[in-house]
Design a protein around this ligand. Sequence first.
Ligand code: ADP
Ligand code: MG
Length: 278
Amino acid sequence: MSHPTTLPRVEVDAAKLPLMLGELRLPAIARMWAEMAERSDREGWPATRFLSILTEIEIAERARRRIERHMADARLPPDKTLDGFDFAHVPMLSRAQVAALASGDAWLGKGKNLLLFGPPGSGKTHVSAAIGRSLVENGYRVLFTRTTELVQRLQAARQELALEAAISKLDRYDLLMLDDLSYVRKDQAETSVLFELISKRYERRSLLITANQPFGEWNKVFPDPAMTIASIDRLVHHSTIIEMNVESYRQRAAATRKRRQDRKNPTDTNTENKLDTD
Ligand code: ADP
Ligand code: MG
């Protein structure tokens, strides 16, 4: 004997499901429920198991999408990863220390800072971007920006009497990465927006700063010596400072290539074939 009252009802509900799931914004469940329902029927899952598996799928997908959004929002330079970073070139930077920074827990949230100094090409931007990438993957929100660009934005906000709001908006980032602080231009240095930003984030929200010049040269970045000292004071109070005093990675790579080339093609052309396997 069939059950004419229950069977059509199930069919009607199934037809409405995609719409209802869409309305509830549950795209992962909308995509997966049919396959899971089929498995559940076939394997005789308890209803609780079926429901919790679908819920977990939706939650996982939501987390993945959130991280994807945060990654795009972070504006990190592309392709700079920890895997692609040659630690041998920077002996003062240990892989373990960078891994700890990249996990974030010990410094973000407590508003601690990270300051990276070193000459051009020493890898400051690369290692910063790589740390930023890991932090986003670990659920943190970061924003990577050239310092001059951010200062420009804040100056524009100030002209519209909206500096306070603009700085507060940056609070949503656990870490603000200011690349190349020492490139702040003279006309930008005449304003105090950078000082206001540093003061606002002090002991609350973290900053990562890279600069070619250590503090001695920072007078060019702030309007007056008192503000320079006050800024440095706040930045270093809770901070890790790493000086990457190594030669330019680009130049070293070029030199290595050249050495290889010279060995392959020595001036004595008779040895050319012999050395070709190098
Ligand atoms: P900086 O910001 O200190 O001027 P970058 O991070 O921009 O230097 O590095 C210059 C170039 O050399 C980039 O292409 C970067 O990926 C590469 N590079 C620098 N240091 C390393 C390293 N230790 N391992 C791999 N690539 C590096
Ligand atoms: Mg750089």
